[in-house]
Design a protein around this ligand. Sequence first.
Ligand SMILES: [Zn+2]
Ligand SMILES: [Zn+2]
Length: 370
Amino acid sequence: MPHPETWLKVLPNGLYCEPGGFYVDPLRPVDRAVITHGHADHARPGHRAVLATADTLAVMRARLGEGNAGHTQQALGWHEPIGLGDVKAWLSPAGHVLGSAQVAMEYRGSRVVVSGDYKRTADPTCAGFEPVPCDVFVTEATFALPVFVHPPPAQEIRRLLDSVALFPNRTHVVGCYALGKCQRLIALLRQAGWDRPIWLHGALSAMCALYQQRGIDLGDLRPATVAAKASLIGAIVLAPPGAIADRWARRLEDPVVALASGWMRVRQRAKSRGVELPLVISDHADWNELNATLDDVAAPEVWVTHGREEALIHAAAQRGIRGRALRLLGYGDEDDGEPAHGDTTQGDTTQGDTTQGERHDEAAGLHLPG
Ligand SMILES: [Zn+2]
Ligand SMILES: [Zn+2]
């Protein structure tokens, strides 16, 4: 049987399945694209035919506009096989954001799974990651260093609510990305019993409305405006990361600035961004989740798309798994990862984060255990 290297190739446009005639999350407009999820670095505009989950297609239409979200769109349900050329493909949940999928593909007896971005921690706003046993597992490595161990999200939400209780005369402003993190925070707050209105910066409202249309209950959401400043005392306001330190946030009543991101594990990063209350909540697998996933999918070979390739490949090698760095440039999430360099394809205002480029220096300066 042909080795996947001979039929799944890294081309300038991205990862190309040759016998299937399609790309997965291509970096430039192509004829046929299978899209794992709606983040800007994975779901780019201008493809001819787009195959994805119905939720991801809805996200793409909302963010890119009908005209840019694919000339034709085809929705695929979970585990529903489809023949693409000589390849059988299907989608399994990735647990990252609403609609996020892993792409499984089989060709002449071998199976590759492209996981896209994923996490293993339960998320009330999307279907949970399902390990798919395979011959080659293609993974991200955003947080692939032993220092990155995310605490339980409920614990971080509790820290936020404790702070709200401690400072009833201040307004808590929590920075979070528009797709995924924002809605997950809201759902986690609801699970923790916070049933008061949650206030949204304007840049977050469209995606929340879409989640609600897709059946995710987020409770009472209201627009946060400076005019409503008085009613925001003691309240929780969500805003894009780029807005938490600017004039908009400062005009709120004595704001407590929080930011929800896996990078908040790096104290220096929170400090440099003026974050008083760092919340370590990530939609990406941490070091333990990445390693557990390698065990769960039991693939003899792992290909790493982006992030901390070396560390994950080293850990894989110690368990007899062959590793390969794909060095796919252009990924790096708008959520938690490094924004794609020069990515101007996103029309909304949710990508105001310009400090992400420090990532390499910061993590290099971390003191790693062991
Ligand atoms: Zn993503
Ligand atoms: Zn990504």
